[in-house]
Design a protein around this ligand. Structure first.
Ligand code: PEP
Length: 252
């Protein structure tokens, strides 16, 4: 009942000439029929959003940003607002990615403010949660992700929770080649689903929970076959056209 969603997170990779080739290859490689069962998004760096959005304008592929400011406008040098993202052709935004949390000190309270700002601007927030290896090994994985989820969604109405996508990305699996097994991932996705029920019983079932962490063409199918895994947030593999296309097909 939940439509699958696959999002490519390009991180800080790509220059214009390579981007347009990648976008062209992906857009022309995905059959029209696939879009009836999978939504697809691409998240290039800020400076390329408008160009990619223009290139994808005639397709069903959405464009998203990898971060945004929680503020609407003002003296925030170097920041980009939700409204600017919409104005540049974005439909979604990744929030609370573990790299933002670990490298740039983004806290749960910042993620929550950004989720609210994104919803207000009409963007689809993709809220990332995930535990570190140390937290997993000390048995804290469940508590960590539930806490991150509850904080990110705090204060949201059930209707607004229905307008959010959650991405479970175990930190130890991001960019490492280590993937959570389908069973490990499903276990956490199920926990997240139960938490969503606690927050918004009527709409929890409609919220898509993506898995991210070294997803590739070889492991995507088994991950997406799990009942609470509704697609993927894809880093490295989203920069390789054929691999990303294969992952989208696995979700369709
Ligand atoms: C990510 O950065 O969101 C991610 C999942 O990266 P990778 O697929 O490269 O592990």
């Amino acid at each position: 009942m939940r439509k699958a969603l696959v999002i490519g997170n390009w991180k800080m990779h790509g220059l214009s000439s390579r981007n347009s080739e990648l976008v062209e290859q992906i857009a022309s490689g995905i059959e029209d029929e696939a879009f009836s069962s999978v939504d697809i998004g691409m998240c290039p760096p800020f400076v390329y959003l408008q160009a990619v959005a223009t290139q994808l304008a005639e397709t069903a592929i959405a464009v998203g940003a990898q971060n945004m400011s929680q503020h609407a406008s003002g003296a925030y040098t170097g920041e980009v607002s939700a409204e600017m993202l919409v104005d540049s052709g974005c439909g979604l935004v990744i929030l609370g990615h573990s790299e933002r949390r670990a490298i740039f000190g983004e806290a749960d309270v910042d993620v929550a403010a950004k989720v609210q700002a994104a919803l207000q601007a009409g963007l689809l927030p993709v809220v990332c949660v995930g535990e570190t290896l140390q937290q997993r090994e000390s048995g804290e994985a469940t508590a960590v992700v539930v806490n991150q989820l509850e904080q990110a969604l705090s204060g949201l109405s059930a209707d607004n929770i229905a307008r959010v996508v959650v991405a479970y990305e175990p930190v130890w699996a991001i960019g490492t080649g280590l993937t959570a097994s389908p069973e490990q991932a499903q276990e956490i996705h199920k926990v997240l689903r139960v938490s969503l029920y606690d927050l918004a019983a009527d709409t929890a079932d409609t919220v898509r929970i993506l898995y991210g962490g070294s997803v590739n063409a070889g492991n995507a199918q088994a991950l997406f076959a799990q009942p609470d895994i509704d697609g993927g947030l894809i880093g490295g593999a989203s920069l390789k056209a054929q691999e990303f296309i294969a992952i989208c097909r696995a979700a369709a």
